[in-house]
Write a protein that binds this ligand. Structure first.
Ligand code: UD1
Ligand code: UDP
Length: 374
């Protein structure tokens, strides 16, 4: 029997982390011929991931440029990926999530009638402008894809309601949990040496990330002001803020938060450092989707610095709270967790609505069944 030729396409930090476990098992499975094409929508932050997981892309479209626009990302990926697809003619492409890389790769593939497998399908906020453009990206890929790999039952129900044939929907769990199972270790030594100097015993460390598009400008300034206020009030707290390389993020964050004794600003951390930092932290504050999925299984409370989330499962389980982006609300929620042991205890029970670490296996078995239907 001929091998099934699968091309995995990704290009940003989060889709690389979440595709990595899948790429690893596809490569080992002799039912498949696996090709990896990275768009390079991110550069340094993508390289960090492929280094940690030791992935050697067959193609790198290297499209990133400073302060790139959506239009630029769209046209450059379509142009370059089209040539790769025409050369390789895969049986299916696999894309992840809601990024521009995901949408444009799907559309480029659809134009060639190459089936699309969508990993992390079916998450919705139902607001087309939030997250922007990710909500619409994910929804459009839902219309283009042939197979939909849903992390949770509620993602599955969203797609059923949108009229997707249930034979093409598979609940898999989230591959981020597969990744997390490979990165956390006891007595971890950080590769970023600044983290080896952190006093995790006497300080309550708060892992912080904030960089989403819809938070740029005033919301990010308000988030920084909230962090400053908390850092001024609690001397036993240390924020570790892994700052995204987007100039629109770095300019604000370094201006407002640099040189405070209770705030450590770092470059983007490699994923092993970030996961182990979370694992040793008191709590997490973030606007990231991935951290909202990772932290609950580590038993760490999460304050989400966004007005909405497409990931309601951990909120329902009680370990994640939507704090929004207003300074007062963020400060209030953080102070509650820092001063009320009961609330802290309730939010720090480990729950894992996002899977058992076997999502990648379910995905490749689903692909195999699709190609071997009667
Ligand atoms: C993108 C995704 C977002 C995802 C986020 C993860 C889209 C539309 N947005 O947003 O869904 O949550 O990635 O981080 O796909 N930069 C570097 N080096 C890097 C990466 C970025 O310098 O390795 C800088 C560049 O100046 C770049 C800018 O950051 O132009 C923005 O990158 P971009 O991918 O356009 O947007 P993100 O905000 O990262
Ligand atoms: N992450 C990382 N280094 C960092 C910050 C985040 O490796 O400095 C990881 C994090 O563990 C998660 C993913 O990157 O798996 C989230 O990426 P990001 O916040 O950029 O995107 P989002 O999840 O919001 O789409």
């Amino acid at each position: 029997m001929n091998k099934i030729k699968i091309m995995s396409v990704f290009g940003t930090r989060p889709d690389a982390i979440k595709m990595a476990p899948l790429v690893k098992i596809l490569k080992k499975d002799n039912r498949f011929d696996s090709i990896v094409c990275v768009t390079g929508q991110h550069r340094e932050m993508l390289d960090q991931v492929i280094d940690v997981f030791d992935i050697k892309p067959d193609y790198n479209l290297k499209i990133m440029k400073k302060s790139q626009t959506l239009q630029y990302i769209t046209t450059s990926i379509m142009e370059k990926l089209g040539k790769v697809l025409d050369k390789e003619c895969p049986d299916m492409i696999l894309v992840h999530g809601d990024t521009a890389t995901c949408l444009v790769s799907s559309l480029t593939s659809f134009y060639r009638k190459i089936p699309i497998g969508h990993v992390e399908a079916g998450l919705r906020t139902f607001d087309p402008y939030s997250p922007f453009p990710e909500e619409m990206n994910r929804k459009l890929v839902g219309s283009l894809a042939t197979l939909h790999f849903c992390p949770t039952n509620s993602n599955y129900q969203n797609l059923l309601r949108e009229g997707i044939n249930k034979d093409n929907l598979i609940i898999t769990g989230n591959t981020v949990i597969d990744a997390l199972k490979t990165t956390i270790t006891d007595n971890y030594t950080f590769s970023n040496d600044k983290l080896n100097q952190v006093d995790f015993t006497n300080k309550r460390v708060i892992t912080l990330t904030a960089h989403r598009n819809e938070n740029l400008g005033k919301p990010l300034e308000d988030i920084c002001d909230a962090i400053l206020e908390i850092a001024n009030q609690f001397d036993d707290v240390l924020f570790v803020y892994a700052v995204h390389l987007n100039p629109a993020v770095m300019n604000v964050v370094y201006k407002k938060l640099d040189n405070h004794k209770n705030i450590l600003l770092t470059k983007p951390l490699n994923v092993r450092d970030l996961h182990n930092l979370m694992n040793q932290s008191f709590m997490i504050m973030t606007d990231s989707g991935g951290l909202q999925e990772e932290a609950p299984s580590l038993g760490k409370p999460v304050l989400v610095l966004r007005k909405e989330t497409e990931r309601p499962e951990a909120i329902e389980a009680g370990t994640v709270k939507l704090s929004g982006v207003s300074k007062d609300n963020i400060v209030k929620d953080a102070i509650e967790l820092l001063t009320n042991e009961e609330v802290y205890k309730q939010m720090s029970c480990a729950v894992n609505p996002y899977g058992d670490g076997q999502a990648s296996k379910r995905i490749i078995d689903g692909i195999f069944s699709y190609f071997n239907k009667e």
